[in-house]
Design a protein around this ligand. Structure first.
Ligand code: SIN
Ligand code: FE2
Length: 212
């Protein structure tokens, strides 16, 4: 697919190597949400348990060759959905095109994701600060797409103590981080109640990575 996602005029640097592309995905919002729904029909959203024994408030599912999971054993990528033993649903072509085009605009040409984590937030859910570090290599960026109700995203640095910037992520916004920011800590503050015409009270986040 070519030229599916146009360059956006408005970009904000969050940190060296980390860029916010405002509204980058909005033109394809309905198609993205339909693709999320199709993935979830095969691999339903579920709340997973951390190795420490806590149930995550955010519900998740995956598509692509590798899916991110957590259970009492570890955080890791698997080829199959542990809920049904089948391979994760294929990565929709639209997700790969979005990841490629957003990464290119952020300065990371030639990005091809093999892991699509889909997070579903409802009012009161949050994702505490963490690093994305279960991937085989940190040479590739992370592409993160926001849909639905806005959320406050925190973005810091490679050290846990590094100060965190807060930025509101709106429907259609895309954040790309790599290079010097690849291991930056990031999280999502408790989702406030809100209403979006396409998602109701929910926020969806699509995190596209190269995990294998
Ligand atoms: C994540 O870190 O996996 C998700 C970030 C977000 O929901 O914006
Ligand atoms: Fe993350």
């Amino acid at each position: 697919m070519q030229d599916l996602f146009e360059r956006v005029a408005e970009t904000e640097e969050l940190a060296p190597g980390a860029v916010l592309l405002r509204g980058f995905a909005v033109r394809h919002d309905r198609a993205l949400l339909a693709a999320i729904e199709a993935v979830a029909a095969e691999a339903p959203f579920r709340r997973m348990t951390t190795p420490g024994g806590f149930e995550m408030s955010v519900a998740m599912t995956n598509c692509g060759a590798a899916g991110w999971i957590t259970d009492r054993k570890s955080y890791r990528y698997t080829a199959e959905d542990p809920q049904n033993g089948r391979p994760w649903p294929a990565m929709p072509a639209l997700f790969s095109a979005l990841a490629r085009d957003a990464a290119a605009q952020a300065g990371y040409a030639g990005f091809l994701p093999d892991a699509g984590l889909i997070n579903r937030y409802e009012p009161g859910t949050r994702l505490s600060p963490h690093q994305d570090r279960d991937e085989a290599s940190y040479d590739h960026p992370i592409v993160s797409v926001s849909l639905g109700v806005p959320a406050t995203f925190q973005f810091g640095g490679p050290k846990r103590a590094d100060p965190m910037k807060k930025v509101s992520l709106q429907h259609g916004d895309v954040v790309v981080w790599g290079g010097p920011s690849r291991l930056a800590h990031h999280g999502v503050l408790t989702l406030k109640s809100g209403e979006h015409p396409l998602t109701g009270c929910r926020r969806f986040n699509l995190t596209l990575r190269k995990a294998l």
